[in-house]
Write a protein that binds this ligand. Structure first.
Ligand SMILES: [Zn+2]
Length: 55
Protein backbone atom coordinates (compact mmCIF):
# COMPACT_ATOMS: atom_id res chain seq x y z
CA UNK A 1 0.00 0.00 0.00
CA UNK A 2 1.31 3.39 -0.94
CA UNK A 3 0.48 6.73 0.54
CA UNK A 4 -1.78 7.90 -2.24
CA UNK A 5 -5.52 8.38 -2.33
CA UNK A 6 -6.42 4.64 -2.41
CA UNK A 7 -4.89 4.11 1.04
CA UNK A 8 -6.77 6.98 2.68
CA UNK A 9 -9.79 4.79 3.30
CA UNK A 10 -7.92 2.47 5.67
CA UNK A 11 -6.80 5.00 8.24
CA UNK A 12 -9.12 3.91 11.05
CA UNK A 13 -6.35 2.36 13.12
CA UNK A 14 -4.82 4.15 16.07
CA UNK A 15 -5.84 7.64 17.09
CA UNK A 16 -4.88 10.77 15.22
CA UNK A 17 -6.35 13.15 17.80
CA UNK A 18 -6.08 13.15 21.59
CA UNK A 19 -7.70 15.60 24.05
CA UNK A 20 -6.13 19.03 23.74
CA UNK A 21 -4.80 20.55 26.96
CA UNK A 22 -5.86 24.04 25.90
CA UNK A 23 -9.33 23.68 24.39
CA UNK A 24 -10.19 20.28 25.84
CA UNK A 25 -11.45 18.95 22.54
CA UNK A 26 -10.14 15.70 21.12
CA UNK A 27 -8.55 17.60 18.29
CA UNK A 28 -4.85 17.56 19.16
CA UNK A 29 -3.08 15.79 16.29
CA UNK A 30 -0.28 13.64 17.69
CA UNK A 31 1.53 13.31 14.38
CA UNK A 32 1.37 17.03 13.55
CA UNK A 33 1.82 18.14 17.15
CA UNK A 34 -0.90 20.73 16.80
CA UNK A 35 -4.54 21.06 17.73
CA UNK A 36 -6.95 21.15 14.81
CA UNK A 37 -9.47 23.08 16.88
CA UNK A 38 -7.56 25.84 18.70
CA UNK A 39 -4.15 25.62 17.07
CA UNK A 40 -2.32 24.62 20.24
CA UNK A 41 1.22 23.60 19.34
CA UNK A 42 1.03 25.57 16.10
CA UNK A 43 0.20 29.09 17.24
CA UNK A 44 0.33 30.93 20.55
CA UNK A 45 -2.97 32.58 19.75
CA UNK A 46 -6.25 30.74 19.54
CA UNK A 47 -6.94 29.40 16.07
CA UNK A 48 -9.94 31.25 14.70
CA UNK A 49 -11.47 31.83 11.34
CA UNK A 50 -14.22 34.23 10.33
CA UNK A 51 -16.07 31.43 8.57
CA UNK A 52 -16.17 29.33 11.72
CA UNK A 53 -19.07 29.68 14.14
CA UNK A 54 -18.06 30.85 17.58
CA UNK A 55 -20.60 28.59 19.31
ZN1 LIG B 1 -7.02 22.70 21.19
Amino acid sequence: MGKGTPSMGKRSNGKAHVPCRRCGRSAYNVAKGACASCGYGKTARMRSYSWAKQH
